[in-house]
Design a protein around this ligand. Structure first.
Ligand code: PLP
Length: 234
């Protein structure tokens, strides 16, 4: 995608996010946009940086490694949003500023161990499975309370909130129900004493509904960078 097209998309997404906020009386400043650069190459990320983007979501550790290596001086924060294997914890601990896909204790343990070695701490969001689809990763809602309690043992993981992916369907009510469930889970955990300022929910196809249900961060790939072709390498 050329630079002008990328600039137009970025302006359009920001405008649409602001509109979705105003439509339900929220301040647009409450909703962060996380550009999702997965499958797009280094030149695209560089162009995005020149437009003011500084944090990028990726779903593969290898891509973070390649891009972070090539763009070292750009001051980028890399955010892991995809399913993370425990044996990749070392690279994540070195390179990522944040993990939004924390979904099991084994991973928390591995990240904490590696972060302690690096002398770092990172922000994390706990990924919750709010849809009945088998393919989606994340903790079940029933597992969330005990999981959050256990995360208190890992001081290198700064728990900031929850993340989810809604079910993939045309049915707006079903999509919205996923977002509502995440909001309600967060409220219940706040009542139990957890500090959870952030809700990462909403993607290119469903972010207005997520914003209506209280999202504080929308993860946007396609609407900014265009369609992904999975043959790409960074
Ligand atoms: C790819 C991805 C996104 C962005 O999806 P788009 O529909 O392209 O906006 C958001 N969240 C996660 C977890 C993803 O893997």
């Amino acid at each position: 995608m050329d630079h002008l097209h990328l600039a137009a998309n970025w302006a359009d997404v920001r405008h649409r996010v602001a509109e979705a906020c105003r439509a339900i009386g929220r301040d647009p400043a409450e909703v962060t946009i996380l550009p999702v650069s997965k499958t797009f190459g280094i030149e695209t990320v560089r162009a995005a940086v020149s437009l003011g983007m500084r944090r990028f979501g990726e779903n593969k550790v290898q891509e973070i490694r390649d891009k972070a290596g090539a763009l070292e001086a750009s001051g980028i924060d890399w955010v892991m949003i995809g399913h993370l294997q425990t044996n990749k914890a070392r690279d994540v601990a070195r390179l990522a500023s944040e993990v939004q896909s924390l979904d099991r204790l084994e991973l928390a343990e591995a990240l904490h161990h590696r972060l302690s070695v690096e002398g770092r701490a990172i922000d994390v969001l706990v990924q919750v499975k709010t849809s009945p689809e088998e393919s989606k990763y994340g903790l079940s809602p029933a597992e969330l309370p005990a999981f959050l309690d256990r995360l208190r043992d890992y001081d290198s993981l700064r728990v900031q909130g929850l993340m989810t992916m809604a079910t993939h369907t045309e049915d707006q009510d079903e999509v919205r129900a996923c977002f509502r469930l995440l909001r309600e889970l967060r409220e219940a955990e706040i009542d139990r004493g957890h500090v959870l300022p952030r809700l990462s929910m909403g993607m290119s196809g469903d972010f207005p509904l997520a914003i209506a249900e209280g999202s504080t961060e929308v993860r946007i790939g396609t609407a900014i960078f265009g369609r992904r072709s999975y043959g790409n390498s960074p």
